[in-house]
Ligand binder design. Structure first.
Ligand SMILES: [Cu+2]
Length: 394
């Protein structure tokens, strides 16, 4: 559409509007410019359950996309905890041959909590944010079916960054409520890739929670570690400002202005804290698969009190950087970090654009085990008595 508008605008300069023919031409050309925008808006609404299976081209330019839905929340499934547990990912594949891998995903719209007493109409893959961590091997053939639950308000689709082909799979997976479609692709290139919904206005579908990651393991596999974790940063654009309780609608104005109210790891505030915290023991080797759904902000991923031994920058699974403090994770990109934990305590995962901690972007890695005074030493209220006893020989 952008191309058309530029072309038509240039043509307009060639008309002389002082005569009637020129005026009429300009009038009809103007109509041509306006109509595609209106068509986009109506097709957007048509894509909802009030709707058809039309192809949607909703790329800019323009501020015409103002999407606000009035939904009846009682019509949607309730999910107590929207977050995907950071430890919920498949084991390393440990095989030496290619296979045909069948994956089934379901687009489901649910009501769940951004934070206590703050409800949101999340759009998900398989009822969690992020969706399932998919794991295949370089050279595998993947048959991925996407079903759209019949209760959905919109069509959905999937674009996997691991796919080479139109829309990363979107072109053949757009499904209206109740439909199922299947994409078959070759996992040709090793790496850690984001996947996301790309139906309608893709940014809206991503902001509402439709994203996850697929790991294409290199043929030789990855090195052995004690723990792997799955972490994705995302943004929520709620109508009410940060902390406002009750049901919060999506606000497209804030999204287009790139002003998220919440920036979170794994779908909601506090997802990686308490029951959802990451756990390890002193001496463990850890690998974190970090993704950033965006849709607007670049993440400066950092673990307070640790240094990443290796960073596979932008998730290129070769030639890691060593001894890194903070790594960039672009919107729609990923990173893999590896490190050994050497000292017990709480380590805080953050986006080191640190004001985002107040919007939810933090989690805990809890490490248990023996202290090592030569690595780290000092008195706190908690260990003061213990240290005094040790030094007095008790
Ligand atoms: Cu979608």
């Amino acid at each position: 559409m952008q191309t058309n508008i530029t072309k038509q605008s240039n043509q307009l300069n060639y008309f002389n509007i002082t005569n009637m023919t020129g005026f009429l031409t300009v009038f009809f050309m103007t109509l041509l410019l306006i109509l595609p925008v209106q068509a986009n808006e109506s097709s957007q609404h048509l894509s909802s359950k009030h709707a058809s299976k039309k192809q949607i081209f909703n790329f800019g330019p323009g501020d015409h996309y103002q999407h606000e839905m009035n939904i009846n929340i009682s019509e949607y499934k309730k999910v107590e905890d929207i977050s995907k547990n950071a430890s919920a990912l498949p084991e390393p594949l440990d095989r030496k041959h290619s296979e045909n891998v069948v994956i089934k995903l379901e687009a489901v719209e649910v009501i769940s909590k951004v934070a206590p007493n703050i409800l949101y109409h999340y759009w998900t893959f398989n009822n969690t944010v992020p969706g399932p961590f998919l794991r295949v091997r370089e050279g595998d053939t993947v048959e991925l079916s996407l079903h759209n639950d019949k209760s959905s308000s919109h069509s959905h689709a999937i674009d996997l960054h691991a796919v080479t082909g139109p829309g990363g799979g979107k072109a053949v997976t757009e499904v209206a409520p109740g439909e199922t479609k299947t994409l078959t692709f070759k996992a040709s290139t090793a790496g850690l890739y984001v996947y996301h919904c790309a139906a309608g206005n893709p940014a809206t579908h991503i902001a509402n929670g439709m994203y996850g990651m697929i790991l294409v393991e290199p043929k030789q596999g990855l090195s052995r570690v004690d723990h792997e974790f799955y972490i994705m940063q995302g943004e929520l654009y709620t109508k009410g400002s940060l902390g406002k309780t009750g049901f919060q609608k999506f606000n497209s104005r804030k999204m287009i202005d790139e002003r998220p109210e919440y920036i979170v790891f794994n779908g909601r505030t506090g997802a990686l804290v308490g029951e959802g915290q990451l756990n390890a023991k002193v001496g463990d080797k850890i690998r974190m698969f970090i993704g950033n759904a965006g849709v607007a902000k670049i993440s400066s991923f950092h673990l307070i009190g640790e240094i990443f031994d290796r960073v596979y920058s932008e998730a290129a699974l070769s030639n890691p950087l060593e001894n890194i403090q903070t790594t960039l994770v672009p919107a729609g990109g990923a990173s893999v970090v590896e490190f050994q934990v050497d000292y017990p305590g709480n380590y805080v995962l953050v986006d080191h654009a640190l004001a985002r901690v107040d919007r939810g972007a933090w989690g805990i890695l809890d490490v248990t085990g023996p202290e090592n005074d030569s690595l780290y030493n000092g008195e706190t209220e908690n260990n003061k008595d213990q240290k005094a006893d040790m030094h007095s020989g008790h």
